[in-house]
Design a protein around this ligand. Structure first.
Ligand code: B12
Length: 465
């Protein structure tokens, strides 16, 4: 069958739709023909859709939704209306059934499906279900109840239980479908994934919601084959697309050792999201040797009590150690904070800022106000609060919901800026301070820097500017 895959993510700087690259490999391996409509590169999306679909007939259209919103308290920008409009434009120009998927979509599939006029949704992995769906549509048979598939029943949208298939069964990923070279030139980096899912219990996190709680790792050799395919395209700066690369640590080390065995440590520079624990001096050394140039640790908070409340299993001391070991090994370090969750107080924020200054990373990312995803423990906790106290947003189905502990709400942004003072290491989601703004949603400073030749994780580019 001929299938169209549509990338609807138009944010700048551009991030390649790696999910579509992977799905295309799976569809091709199953004998289907795949074409890409990448709306990221189109100034006029409606026109691009009309031109693309006037040229040929497709049996199925897959549309990816990476971000439902920018997950930033201060902007709360939703991308749902934009997605709905693009679905509508595709409908006008094609009679093919439309299936939606993607990580943003998978954080709240039923909510998106209630708004967008699509025929099917897929929660989680697209590589196994999409070829099966295309196969049964091609044979004109009734679509069976495929795992991960979400379809309309009389009672509403029905989500079939997922099959958490081993990632050893994925075909090899040649990374040829998407124009990764262009994404690298305009986006400053390309992604690679070493595993899916997270067994952590962080109360706020969308990862288990969108990818599952079971961790499924990819064979290190398959990951590194993919890196070599990207290097052949002239791409030498990468970012992991795992929730946290070092969970589980033994798999992260196995991937690094495969990089080293193939001599890639000097050929590529890459960045990773990591947890401060499990992490060791040895892990830092091996990651560095494998080419890792920088780590963004999800530190979240500097108060022991808040770390427990957030469901994290490390302590402030682990944050200090991880930062020290990573920097001693020669990697740049960013510590990412998540402030404002239930129980946060001015005291815990003060402790956090003090810990950050002691840890002395290269950058600290300050996120104040926590996104409340459906299906998380945080959602259960804050929905139980009287009069939705502390909840911000959620005014309609498009408006993302955040939480800010009512105990700190009053003038908290000004107070926090005062606390941090002129310490340039701290980055905020604050467009009014462009030099310290680390919202990557339409960040012109980053776009310009990448155009001038900067490459790397965005926080590291901002640091070097
Ligand atoms: C790595 C990462 C980054 C890196 C990207 C580096 C790079 N070069 O790729 C950086 C740091 C740049 C980044 C930035 C941002 N990110 Co980010 N990021 C991630 C992360 C960890 C991985 C995303 C990824 O690529 N996964 C790997 C691919 C293979 O998986 P996938 O996209 O899900 O695709 C699979 C399935 O979804 C499905 N699928 C995908 N498309 C389709 C289509 C169809 C039709 C079907 C059937 C299936 C299907 O099949 C695919 C293969 O199995 C996720 C969290 C996570 N664990 O996924 C957050 C995440 C996607 N990011 C998020 C956000 C908000 C952002 C920013 C907006 C933050 C900001 N304000 O600056 C920006 C947006 C940047 C942009 N231009 O889009 C949110 C989105 C949440 C939401 N509800 O919308 C996430 C989920 C994190 C979170 N908060 O929980 N990010």
């Amino acid at each position: 069958m001929k299938i169209a895959l549509v990338n609807t993510n138009r944010m700048q700087p551009p991030i390649a739709p790696i999910g579509l690259d992977y799905i295309a490999s799976a569809l091709r391996a199953a004998g289907h023909t795949v074409e890409l409509l990448d709306l990221c590169w189109e100034a006029d999306a409606d026109r691009a859709i009309a031109v693309f679909f006037s040229g040929s007939e497709f049996g199925l259209v897959g549309m990816t939704l990476r971000n439902t919103d920018d997950c930033v308290f201060t902007s709360r920008q939703s991308f749902l209306q934009g997605f709905i409009d693009l679905v509508q434009a595709v409908r006008k120009n094609s009679a093919a059934p439309i299936v939606a998927g993607g990580v943003g979509f998978s954080t709240m599939p039923e909510q998106v499906l209630s708004l967008a006029d699509v025929d099917y949704g897929v929660w989680g992995d697209g590589e196994f279900v999409l070829p099966a769906l295309a196969g049964s549509l091609e044979r004109a048979e009734d679509v069976p109840d495929l795992p991960n598939l979400i379809r309309k029943r009389e009672s509403g949208w029905h989500r079939n239980p997922p099959a958490m298939r081993s990632l050893e069964h994925l075909p090899s990923m040649d990374r040829q479908f998407v124009d990764n070279k262009r994404y690298f030139q305009e986006g400053g980096q390309c992604g690679f994934e070493t595993k899916r899912g997270c067994f952590g219990s962080c109360i706020y996190c969308a990862d288990p919601v969108a990818k599952g709680k079971q961790v499924r790792v990819r064979p290190p050799a398959a990951v590194v084959d993919e890196i070599e395919a990207l290097i052949e395209q002239g791409i030498d700066c990468l970012h992991t697309c795992d929730g946290e690369f070092n969970m589980p640590q033994d798999h992260a080390l196995a991937v690094c050792r495969e990089f080293i065995r193939r001599g890639l440590g000097e050929k590529v520079r890459w960045y990773a999201y990591c947890s401060p624990m499990p992490f060791s001096r040895e892990t830092a050394g091996v990651m560095r040797q494998a080419g890792c140039a920088g780590i963004d640790f999800g530190a979240d908070n500097g108060s022991e009590t808040m770390l427990r409340r957030l469901g994290r299993s490390f302590s402030p001391g682990d944050i200090l150690n991880a930062t020290r070991w990573a920097r001693e090994a020669g990697m740049a370090v960013m510590l990412d904070l998540l402030l404002g969750a239930p129980g946060e107080s001015r005291e815990s924020i003060t402790q956090t800022v003090e810990l950050m200054k002691r840890a002395d990373p290269d950058r600290v990312g300050v996120s104040l106000g926590v996104r409340v995803y459906p299906g998380t423990a945080l959602e259960g906790e804050v929905n139980g609060k009287e009069n939705r106290k502390g909840l911000v947003g959620g005014l309609d189905s498009f408006d993302p919901v955040f939480f800010m502990d009512p105990g700190i709400e009053q003038d908290v942004f000004e107070w926090l800026h005062g606390l941090i003072g002129n310490d340039r290491r701290f980055l905020f989601y604050d467009p009014s301070r462009p030099k310290q703004n680390y919202n990557y949603n339409d960040n012109q400073r980053l776009v310009d820097a990448i155009r001038q030749g900067h490459r790397g994780a965005y926080w590291d580019i901002l640091r070097r500017l």
